[in-house]
Design a protein around this ligand. Structure first.
Ligand SMILES: NC(=O)c1ccc[n+]([C@@H]2O[C@H](COP(=O)([O-])OP(=O)(O)OC[C@H]3O[C@@H](n4cnc5c(N)ncnc54)[C@H](OP(=O)(O)O)[C@@H]3O)[C@@H](O)[C@H]2O)c1
Length: 297
């Protein structure tokens, strides 16, 4: 992998204006690391090569992706744009990094599965080796396909996030989203509390880890459990209404993935670095306590 002759790591965050990218940049800066950001389009091979040549990173942290606005329903009607970013772009950037000897961490998604007979609610979670089984949304379909290809690159670390949660009420925070919906389903899911997991992603990149990792807190938490904790700690007068998955399907264009990811591989890896990630219920409680202490209401 590249060293640039200086011995120091140089992190280049792709998709530099995005939500996860901003959090990563803040953490890296707080750790005193050399960090650069870019908004160069991933599918533009010449520009990607020129950017890598200019910045000379040792590590690319790829936080770029077409996520749709206001949500993934957008991808159903913009398939070419979604393919160009999530398939051609992601693959192109990984490949350019490979050719330049640069480690590439891809902030990917675990929304490529849904509960099935072998992985029912309350049963075993999906492992990194399980083939994706959720194609209910075009967004997830593109992500599932590209993962199958990039996981073969020896410079590539694929981290599967799910329903990321920040310590604020940013519009992209899963908690903000479900607290604003008129009605919510109530299904246990794996979630990624960014404060716990993003520092771990930097550790793994620094160790040049490669391969695919389910990148969530251990365990699954239901929507009602999240909102009950939210009400208890942040907003005592909060109320919400539930509806079924069948009723939800009538108000959204693309399907939504619901699943538990098995985090055994991640936990084992992080143990090597004397690092651990709290179980999801405990992690949510800590997250909401931090928010409360910061005055979030
Ligand atoms: N937030 C979630 O719920 C979630 C869950 C699991 C995984 N993820 C994945 O994590 C990554 C970061 O998510 P996020 O929530 O931070 O999303 P975000 O706020 O939408 O940020 C993504 C960024 O990527 C940029 N981008 C899109 N296509 C690009 C391309 N072809 N070339 C270069 N930049 C491009 C976007 O720029 P423009 O706006 O200019 O296009 C945007 O700034 C994404 O890959 C996403 O799929 C997110």
């Amino acid at each position: 992998m590249a060293t640039n002759g200086t011995g120091a790591n140089r992190f280049l965050i792709w998709g530099g204006k995005g939500w996860v990218a901003g959090h990563l940049e803040t953490i890296l800066k707080s750790q005193g690391k050399q960090v650069f950001t870019t908004t160069v389009r991933m599918e533009d091979r010449e520009s990607v090569k020129a950017e890598l040549d200019k910045i000379k990173p040792t590590h690319v942290l790829n936080c770029a992706g077409c996520t749709g606005r206001p949500n993934v329903d957008w991808c159903e009607d913009h398939k070419e744009e979604t393919i160009r970013s999530n398939v051609i772009g992601t693959l192109n950037l990984t490949d350019c990094c490979y050719l330049a000897g640069i480690h590439c961490t891809v902030f990917a998604t675990g929304c490529i599965y849904h509960y099935d007979n072998a992985h029912p609610i309350g049963g075993p979670g999906f492992k990194e080796t399980d083939p994706s089984n959720f194609t209910g949304s075009f967004y997830s379909e593109t992500k599932g396909h590209v993962e199958e290809v990039i996981r073969n690159y020896t410079n590539c670390l694929v981290l599967r996030l799910r329903m990321p949660v920040s310590d604020d009420l940013h519009p992209r925070n899963f908690v903000t989203k479900i607290s604003k919906y008129e009605r919510v389903v109530d299904i246990p899911n794996s979630n990624t509390i960014l404060t716990d997991l993003l520092p771990a992603s930097i550790l793994m990149a620094e160790h040049s880890d490669t391969g695919v990792y389910n990148f969530t807190n251990p365990g699954a938490i239901s929507h009602n459990e999240v909102l009950t904790l939210f009400k208890e700690i942040i907003r005592p007068d909060f109320t919400w209404k539930n509806f079924t998955v069948e009723e939800q399907a009538k108000v959204i264009k693309a399907g939504r993935s619901n699943c538990l990811l098995d985090t055994t591989k991640l936990e084992k890896k992080l143990k090597e670095y004397s690092c651990s990630v709290p179980e999801i219920h405990e992690s949510y409680r800590r997250c909401f306590e931090r928010m409360k202490a910061a005055g979030v209401k």
